[in-house]
Write a new protein. Structure first.
Lengths: 61, 404
């Protein structure tokens, strides 16, 4: 009986751990995506041929 | 409602994609039937007037039947030249039949040709499930807005562009009393688009810190990964959805994973050169809701009819008739069993050389019109009007879109 109790509590503990860890991961991924998505597009775009100049990026027209 | 918001993003994005002439995004070139001509131009994406609606359980279930189909509403995806109705020349006969004229294999307009033998192993690939009602939505649901809108797209490259858009006007917020409250608002959005045949990245960042992003990546020739996300600074208000699309020879299937433990799948199959049938299921983890729906689409060169039924109690039917190259008429019917809503609308869509005019009248007592006029190369002028006689709500908007 004690063994069964220990086994189930171990499963509960590891399930909790995974859930907590994925939540932490999703939160970090959300922050990274929020800040980094537009810069990512700009970096990818500036590196395709023909390479646009930095002044073209910053100038309004 | 998750679907609803994603649809709003996708709706405008499909216009953008068409601008960059990405042909392989949706309808495959095998389609034998002609879909309606795309507009010659379109306004830029992510119109700011749309305040996002956050998902709530009732909204999601009621929207299930109709909203996936509103996806990519103004998608003028078929940039392929329409294939001729008679897809093959009648074979030349030899022997005794040489003296006789070859059988005329003409397909009368709008009538299904029964003389031609159907090759059931070579059916065309159907449209994606969320675009089943594409023609009706393109004609009947332009993005009407109230206020002033200005969009400027600056292309730095063939594939890369930056975009600035300003909106000043009223947005509607549903209030406790049930009335719609109009709040004057203004916002500025900065956006960047990268469009490549294999990879598409589109992002829009508003002054309130909301980021709408979309990624579409062709992992292999038949497998496409799409990611839609709307991220905010406020906790628990962000949404995201991953879609995996697989395109087979005459079928398409899609699997979706979204936030709030949303899982969905859909499948559509061509059963004849004109008819395709599809089905979808979804499961919402946090509210323990699930649903299943069925859809059918019949299209010929001249008309398209679709029907969708969902177990959330939604029935949606649509019919679009292409009267000529420039004119098409559309009608739409939606019935929601849970709320007892019945809505039917009729509209027209004139695609002319210098402008595109869409108008519709609704059974809710609204009359709306939307005009996009091309003043010059890359300069479009937009007028939007909606009069709701029942609620006495009048919305007029104007705007300009500058940029290729």
């Amino acid at each position: 009986m004690a063994d069964v109790g220990k086994g189930s509590s171990l499963t509960v503990f590891s399930g909790d751990f995974v859930k907590q860890w994925t939540t932490w991961g999703m939160k970090k991924a959300k922050v990274i995506a929020h800040w980094g998505f537009i810069p990512l597009i700009i970096v990818v775009g500036m590196n395709t041929e023909p390479k646009p100049h930095l002044s073209q990026l910053l100038a309004p027209v | 409602m998750v679907q609803m918001y994603n649809i709003i993003i996708l709706l405008n994005l499909e216009d953008l994609i068409n601008k960059y002439k990405i042909c392989n995004y949706h309808v495959s070139k095998q389609t034998k039937t002609k879909t309606l001509q795309p507009p010659a131009f379109s306004h830029s994406p992510f119109s700011s007037p749309f305040t996002p609606h956050f998902p709530s359980s009732e909204c999601l279930s009621t929207a299930m039947g109709s909203s996936p189909s509103r996806d990519a509403a103004s998608n003028p995806a078929s940039v392929d030249p329409p294939l001729a109705s008679a897809s093959a020349e009648p074979p030349h006969h030899v022997g005794l039949a040489v003296a006789l004229p070859p059988p005329v294999d003409e397909k009368k307009d709008g009538v299904v040709d029964v003389n031609k033998r159907v090759d059931y192993l070579n059916l065309p690939c159907p449209v994606p499930f969320e675009e089943i009602q594409r023609e009706a939505l393109m004609s009947l649901k332009p993005d009407l807005f109230e206020g002033m809108r200005f969009d400027f797209t600056k292309g730095l490259n063939q594939n890369f562009a930056l975009c600035h858009s300003v909106f000043m006007g009223s947005t509607e917020h549903p209030s406790q009393s049930g009335d719609i409250v109009k709040v004057p608002s203004s916002n500025y959005e900065f956006g960047a688009n990268f469009l490549d045949p294999k990879l598409m990245l589109v992002g829009r960042l508003g002054t309130d810190g909301r980021l709408n992003g979309r990624v579409k990546c062709d992992l292999t020739e038949n497998l496409i990964l799409k990611i839609n996300a709307s991220l905010t600074n406020e906790p628990h208000y962000s949404q995201g959805m991953f879609n995996f699309d697989y395109k087979g020879k005459d079928f398409r299937s899609q699997f979706q994973i979204g936030n709030n433990a949303f899982y969905g799948a859909n499948y559509i199959q061509s059963v004849s050169p004109h008819l395709s049938l599809g089905t979808e299921i979804f499961w919402l983890g946090h509210q323990r809701k699930s649903g299943i729906g069925f859809a059918a689409r019949f299209n010929t060169d001249k008309w398209v009819g679709t029907a969708q039924v969902a177990n959330t109690g939604i029935v949606a039917l649509s019919y679009v008739q292409k009267v000529s190259e420039k004119v098409s008429l559309a009608s739409d019917f939606m019935y929601n069993h849970m709320s007892g809503d019945v809505t039917s609308s009729f509209g027209y869509d004139y695609i002319l050389r210098q402008c595109r005019l869409r108008g519709k009248i609704d059974s809710n007592g609204t009359v709306a019109a939307f005009l996009e006029e091309r003043l010059n190369m890359g300069v479009n002028f937009i007028l939007s009007a909606e009069i709701d006689h029942r609620k006495k709500d009048y919305k007029f908007g104007f705007g300009m879109t500058v940029g290729e």
